[in-house]
Ligand binder design. Structure first.
Ligand code: Q46
Ligand code: ZN
Ligand code: ZN
Length: 312
């Protein structure tokens, strides 16, 4: 496989884009694409202050790295959730977030949930009896609350998260299965600011998870490989597996699923019943069925064509 730009040996092959690139050109391509999406979806400008939610994983660190390389004013926010589960998950992810920030001379705000609210996430979840034995509901709630609080208190214009295409397609899939229209109407690369809440953006929403992995490896970014131990067996992981099976047979299916959704949502017609342009229909002169074709309907035209060929 050869790099499409220089003809050298390709190190990343993206079947979904029919594009293979060498390491050097891949490292140019990622920020270029990100910049294109930032502009296309009007996420933010170079004059705005960005707060990146950093978890120590490949997506958020990769995002921070890309934004800084593009010259954006982006600080990080790490939330200490107090999750240990025998692998010191929070401690290790915090270490890697700090390491990245120090190596690049970047500002990282750290909020420790236990210091701030008296208990780590698993205990808060236990004591509040929310979320059926899993801390994720409380964790999600706390993360949203704290990200919004820090963004507002410290005067950031935008909050950027590292959600990638796999994340977004899985959420979309889940919301579609249950036709959660309220959620569907809000899902997208940008959630505009509302009273007291900063704008939220997802600059990586069109990148596959494996593209982010490849980026971090190529950039030498050290990130936490382990998922949060509580993620195991979650619905979103199950949906990701299903979508990956689909993607294996039909490269690009995930991206198409997400992009077509964005188009439908943007057109404003996602949940509006449309009268399929009734006014343009007239009965076919031959069979009488309604058609929008100027003369015969498509079926009668097809039969006529076949007949004329067979007759000649
Ligand atoms: S919600 Fe649940 Fe995540 Fe919080 S407890 Fe871990 S898995 S980190 S995205
Ligand atoms: Zn190349
Ligand atoms: Zn409140």
């Amino acid at each position: 496989m050869k790099c499409k730009k220089c003809g050298g040996k390709a190190s990343v092959n993206m079947r979904q884009h029919k594009l293979a690139l060498c390491k050097e050109h891949y490292l140019e391509w990622m920020p270029e694409q990100t910049e294109r999406f930032i502009k296309k979806y009007e996420m933010f400008t170079h004059y705005e202050k960005i707060l990146v939610a950093v978890s120590g994983g490949k997506d958020s660190l990769g995002l921070w790295d890309i934004l800084v390389r593009l010259g954006y004013k982006a600080d990080g926010l790490y939330l200490g959730l107090g999750i240990d589960e025998g692998i010191g998950y929070s401690r290790e992810s915090h270490r890697l977030a700090e390491k990245f920030a120090n190596a690049h001379g970047l500002k990282l705000h750290v909020v420790d949930i236990e210091k701030e609210y008296g208990q780590p996430i698993p205990v808060l979840a236990d004591k509040s009896h929310r979320g059926y034995g899993k801390p994720c509901a409380v964790c999600g709630l706390a993360k949203r609350h704290e990200m919004n609080r820090i963004a507002r208190d410290l005067g950031y214009d935008v909050l950027a998260t590292g959600h990638n295409l796999d994340d977004e397609a899985a959420v979309l899939f889940g919301n579609t299965l249950s036709w959660a229209n309220e959620f569907l109407l809000r899902q997208g690369p940008v959630l505009p600011a509302t009273e007291g809440l900063a704008r939220k953006v997802k600059p990586l929403c069109r990148f596959y998870e494996r593209e982010m992995t490849a980026y971090c490896l190529a950039r030498g970014i050290e990130y936490i490989y382990e998922e949060c131990p509580f993620a195991e067996g979650s619905q979103s992981i199950y949906y990701k597996e299903l979508l990956n099976k689909l993607e294996t047979d039909r490269p690009g299916a995930k991206l198409t699923f997400y992009l077509r959704f964005l188009e439908a949502r943007k057109s404003g017609n996602l949940f509006i019943e449309k009268n399929v342009a009734q006014e343009h229909l007239h009965p076919c002169p031959k069979c009488g069925q309604p058609t929008s074709a100027p003369d015969l309907c498509s079926f009668c035209r097809m039969i006529e064509k076949v007949n004329s060929i067979t007759a000649s």
